[in-house]
Ligand binder design. Structure first.
Ligand SMILES: [Zn+2]
Length: 228
């Protein structure tokens, strides 16, 4: 059996050919590179990259070189250069220490509590729960800029800004979460009695959309981190 690695998300597939599509990040099979074969050959290119029959042996492609049919060989990513300034240094540290998957637990942990409190406040007409829910949302909105920023950094540095379905869903879900959170907070500031008003169900609906979006973004993120 051969082992193929997705050059975008590092998912490893075992089989004679790479999968048509990466089950984790969704890129096509040409982004897969052969890791090792039964004969122990290291860094061999996928079979479609046949060597030219020119007499001169083609230079052996590096394990991380990628090529799709008809396109020139992209240069293999060079090892991360030493950070040139403080900003670059911070960015590198963020990626290295998993700033995004770690920080995302703050809003994702608080959001269900906030939404639950709003639903309780709506059901029992309790002002205290509305206030508690609002305070929770403040923590969410404070964490979101860092979560979104670290997410974009990770997408650029680790996944080459791959525009596949799962990254599209993640971006839309993140945008929906942030928008819904901003709407909820603004609405409460304009009308603290929103959950006693006839429009309370719209407020709850916005909060449920926020919770669902955060859940979807988190679920896909988990797939990217844990690969299954
Ligand atoms: Zn992948």
């Amino acid at each position: 059996m051969k082992k193929w690695q997705c050059s975008v998300c590092k998912y490893i597939h075992t089989g004679n050919t790479p999968p048509a599509k990466c089950p984790v990040c969704g890129v096509s099979s040409d982004k897969f590179v052969l890791l090792e074969a039964e004969n122990g050959a290291e860094g061999e290119a996928p079979p479609k990259k046949a060597e030219k029959k020119s007499g001169h042996p083609a230079p052996k492609p590096s394990p991380i070189a990628r090529q799709s049919l008809g396109k020139p060989l992209e240069p293999a990513p060079t090892p991360e250069p030493a950070p040139s300034n403080l900003y670059e240094k911070i960015i590198q540290l963020m990626v290295k220490h998993h700033a995004h998957p770690v920080s995302v637990h703050i809003p994702n942990g608080i959001l269900p509590a906030a939404v639950m409190l709003f639903i309780l406040a709506w059901a029992f007409d309790t002002d205290l729960f509305v206030k508690a829910g609002f305070i929770n949302l403040i923590f969410v909105i404070l964490a979101l800029p860092f979560v979104l920023f670290s997410g974009v950094i990770e997408w650029k540095k680790k996944y080459n800004q791959a525009v596949t379905t799962i990254f599209k869903i993640k971006i839309v879900a993140a945008a929906l979460t942030a928008t819904a959170c901003l709407i909820s907070i603004s609405w409460y500031l304009i009308n603290p009695d929103v959950l006693s008003s006839p429009k309370a169900w719209v407020f709850i609906l916005i909060n449920i959309v926020m919770l669902a979006s955060a859940g979807i973004a988190g679920h896909i993120g988990g797939k990217l981190v844990f690969k299954d």
